[in-house]
Structures are given as structure tokens and as C-alpha cells.
Design a protein around this ligand. Structure first.
Ligand code: ATP
Ligand code: MG
Length: 261
């Protein structure tokens, strides 16, 4: 199962990613959680101890790894580098493990526009492609709002793009944007998860604004989730109610994947 989580800032992408990753792990799957947000904080939501998350170096900042794999050397002008760097051993070597979830922090690259090809970018793109297309683990990617940096072939291997939305027009607009981006590259599997629902009106509001899209499920607004953030704990360990709502969403995902295969 390969899923990518997107959505407007602050809607709950990281919260959702961490919880669904831990649910799969508890069922005995090998799970790789990928933090693909430049402002990385998935480790915290997964409940990593402070000394571990403070020691995390994002892949894009591992200068030696990047240059070794892409065969560039720092400071070289007019760089020549491999476009197909070896990446298959990276998940194993660089995943940090906690609560049964392996975490890979990608870091950020200065993309400088969509046409950018720098060694870091090439390595991350290739790594994402490997994780999605050639790897048997469950992969959960916590991303920003866009899906562009996955590339067409990789995006088509994703079982579900999940756009987390709140009951509001602004996050729905992000959903429509992601859906259109997906459509442009032939990706149809874009779904919604409604988060921070206060009542049925919120749920109906989202259902009424999906056009032909599907909501995998809804997660209620839960003070315990915020408390877990304040206490620097994994929301998975704090709230059974939210955990159960996300389990139902996971079950729906599995159902859809089985229907499609
Ligand atoms: N169901 C919920 N009920 C209450 N609060 C929630 C819920 N889900 C998430 N939150 C809170 O909303 C805030 C943002 O959540 P989170 O960091 O998961 O969002 P995000 O989409 O990853 O944000 P960013 O765009 O900054 O990466 C956090 O304080 C989190 O505790
Ligand atoms: Mg986040």
C-alpha cells in the first residue's frame, strides 16, 4: 500500500500520516513513513524520543551520500552527475525506527522552478520512485500541497493521494487543485479525508463539495489530539476515538485497493 498525504497547511496531514503509519505497523506491516515536507515534523507525531529526532539529518543534507551516489564533488562548476543514482539500500540504511515505523526524512531542495535538476533533487526523486514502485513495504508520505515533485510514473504507482481537508472553502480549494494536477498526469486516485469535524453539518458540507470525488472518511475535532501535540506525544497513543476513526479510513483504503487489483 502506497499512500501520499497532501492538503493545505495545518489541516492535519502530519497527524493523519503518523496515525495511519502506526496503524499499519500494529497490524504487522513493515512501514516506511516518509517526511517529504521541508518543515519536517513527522518524527514528533510518531513519538520519536527527543534525542533521536534532534539527530535526524535529512537525506538532501547528507552531502557525502548525495555526491557519492550522484558522483559529483562539491564546488564543481558545470556539474556532471548520474541521473540514475543507486538508492535501493537507502531506506534500510537511513530509516530511523520507532514504534515499528521506519522514518525517512527527505529534506528540502532548492527546486528553483519545476525544471530544476540538481543532484539532491535527482536523488530524492529517484528515492521516491524506488519507494513507491519497487518496494514492498507500506509507504506513507507526508507531503506538502503539491504532487508535482513525484513525477508522472511514480505518481501513477501511488494507491491513493489523500487530501486532508477541514470544513472550509480554503482547504477544499487545495483539494480541487490537487485533483486537477492529478488529472493532468493521469492520476485518478485522489481522495478526501475530512478532519476536525465538529458536527454533521461539517460532514455534509464536505460531502456536498466533493463534485465526483470520494471521501474515505471523517475524523472529528478532538481536544486530545491538540493535547498530545502540546505534551509532545504521539496522537496515536493518546486518543482511542481518533485512532478508531483512522482505522476505518484505513479499512476503506484496503477495500479500494483490493477492488482495483
Ligand atoms: N482531529 C483533530 N482535532 C483537533 N486538532 C487537530 C486534529 N487534527 C490535527 N489537529 C491539530 O492541528 C494542528 C495541525 O496539525 P498537523 O501538524 O497534523 O497539520 P499539517 O497539515 O501537517 O500542518 P503543516 O501544513 O504545518 O505541515 C496541530 O496542532 C494538531 O494537533
Ligand atoms: Mg505537517
Amino acid at each position: 500500500m502506497k499512500i501520499a498525504i497532501t492538503g493545505k497547511g495545518g489541516v492535519g496531514k502530519t497527524t493523519f500520516s503518523s496515525m495511519i503509519a502506526r496503524i499499519f505497523a500494529d497490524e504487522g506491516f513493515r512501514v516506511v513513513a516518509v517526511d517529504a515536507d521541508p518543515d519536517a515534523n513527522l518524527a514528533l507525531a510518531l513519538g520519536f524520543p527527543k534525542d533521536v529526532y534532534e539527530s535526524i539529518v535529512p537525506i538532501s543534507e547528507m552531502k557525502n551520500l548525495v555526491s557519492e551516489r550522484t558522483a559529483t564533488s562539491e564546488g564543481t562548476f558545470n556539474k556532471m552527475f548520474k541521473l540514475n543514482p543507486k538508492v535501493d539500500d537507502i531506506p534500510e540504511k537511513y530509516c530511523k525506527e520507532h514504534n515499528g515505523v521506519g522514518l525517512l526524512t527527505l529534506g528540502t531542495v532548492d527546486t528553483g522552478g519545476s525544471g530544476c535538476v540538481c543532484p539532491e533533487h535527482v536523488l530524492l526523486k529517484r528515492l521516491c520512485s524506488h519507494l513507491i514502485l519497487q518496494n514492498n513495504d507500506v509507504v506513507v508520505m507526508d507531503m506538502e500541497a503539491g504532487i508535482e515533485h513525484l513525477g508522472r510514473g511514480t505518481a501513477q504507482g501511488v494507491d491513493a493521494f489523500i487530501v486532508v481537508v477541514e470544513p472550509g472553502e480554503r482547504s477544499l480549494q487545495t483539494y480541487r487543485k490537487v485533483k486537477k494536477l492529478g488529472n493532468d498526469i493521469g492520476v485518478k486516485k485522489v481522495y478526501v479525508v475530512g478532519n476536525k469535524m465538529r458536527d454533521n453539518q461539517d460532514i455534509e458540507f464536505i460531502k456536498g463539495n466533493l463534485e465526483d470525488g470520494e471521501a474515505l472518511g471523517f475524523i472529528h475535532y478532538n481536544q486530545q489530539v491538540i493535547d498530545s501535540d502540546r505534551a509532545n506525544q504521539s496522537p496515536y497513543d493518546i486518543s482511542e476515538a481518533t485512532r478508531n476513526e483512522i482505522k476505518a479510513i484505513k479499512n476503506r483504503l484496503v477495500e479500494i485497493k483490493n477492488q482495483n487489483s
